[in-house]
Ligand binder design. Structure first.
Ligand code: ADP
Ligand code: MG
Length: 272
């Protein structure tokens, strides 16, 4: 059964999507079978995986509204295949913004994604969910479906303050909806060691959260920022870049932390 992780932080522009697509690519590169679920109506993770969000026949919207299954809606990206780090993608586009409203009126509204994932989780080692920048019903679907949350954060002055809302939400979901849910770890991203404040906040994070802070640090790296405009994760766009390498390191740390998720066999599920 797959390990299911949300990449979440209610702030926008903190590196959620960059983390989701590059971790997916990194895990794929070391032989793990990965499904990436784009839960953000902006569809950045979809486009950033080489999939045109405007051309999708089905998206995660159809899955949430139960008009398509994940097996019907997932796609693969030829460009990721060429780069040797292919993962399956359950894409999103603007349709998903409507789901927020439409879901309010339906039953089992927080657990739609969880139920849909249960039908395919035997086909993957990891399922990564890229959440929107809000603690919304969409994010709630992600949190209800997941075993854990990966929180990317920049080491800035308000970082800890912003974290408390997310931590409280995770506690509430844990208490009321999903006893499995835990924070897997905080990932320091866009890190610049030359900036003293970032070093200080990084130390603060470690003393506050201990081993919940991942050892891997993702540096600020221009190749990671350029990659989305080429429709690829940095790791596929420029595998040698420092930022890309840090995500391979992060993928390995994730596998190690989980106490040896199954070693990759190279076998992949067939997406339609
Ligand atoms: P979110 O999904 O949280 O809104 P993104 O992953 O889209 O955040 O990142 C926000 C912006 O920062 C994007 O333009 C992205 O390319 C850039 N970015 C993210 N991580 C890095 C990094 N490590 N180095 C440089 N730029 C980055
Ligand atoms: Mg995003």
């Amino acid at each position: 059964m797959a390990k299911i992780f949300c990449v979440a932080n209610q702030k926008g522009g903190v590196g959620k999507t960059t983390t989701a697509v590059n971790l997916a690519a990194g895990l794929a590169k070391i032989g793990q079978r990965v499904l990436m679920v784009d839960l953000d109506p902006q569809g950045n993770a979809t486009m950033g995986s080489g999939v045109d969000k405007r051309k999708l026949q089905h998206t995660v919207y159809d899955v949430l509204l139960e008009s398509a299954s994940i097996a019907e809606a997932r796609v693969v990206s030829e460009r990721l295949k060429e780069a040797g780090c292919s993962y399956d993608i359950l894409g999103a586009n603007r349709d998903l913004a409507g789901a927020e409203v439409e879901l309010v009126a339906v039953d089992r509204r927080e657990t739609r994604l969880k139920e849909a994932l249960a039908k395919v989780d035997g086909e993957y080692d990891f399922i990564l969910i890229d959440c929107p920048p809000a603690l919304s019903l969409l994010t709630l679907n992600g949190l209800c479906a997941a075993h854990g949350v990966i929180v990317p954060m920049q080491c800035e002055y308000f970082a800890l303050e912003g974290l408390s809302d997310l931590v409280n939400t995770i506690k509430q979901v844990h208490a009321n909806l999903n006893r499995d849910l835990e924070i897997i770890g905080l990932l320091r991203v866009m890190f610049d060691p030359r900036i003293t404040l970032q070093q200080q906040v990084s130390e603060q994070l470690k003393s506050h959260f201990g081993d919940k802070v991942f050892n891997t640090v993702i540096p600020r790296n221009v190749r990671l920022a350029e990659a989305p405009s080429y429709g690829l994760p940095g790791l596929a766009f420029d595998p040698g870049a420092r930022g890309s390498q840090s995500f391979v390191e992060f993928a390995n740390e994730m596998v190690e932390r989980l106490g040896g998720a199954r070693p990759g066999t190279g076998a992949r599920p067939a997406a339609k």
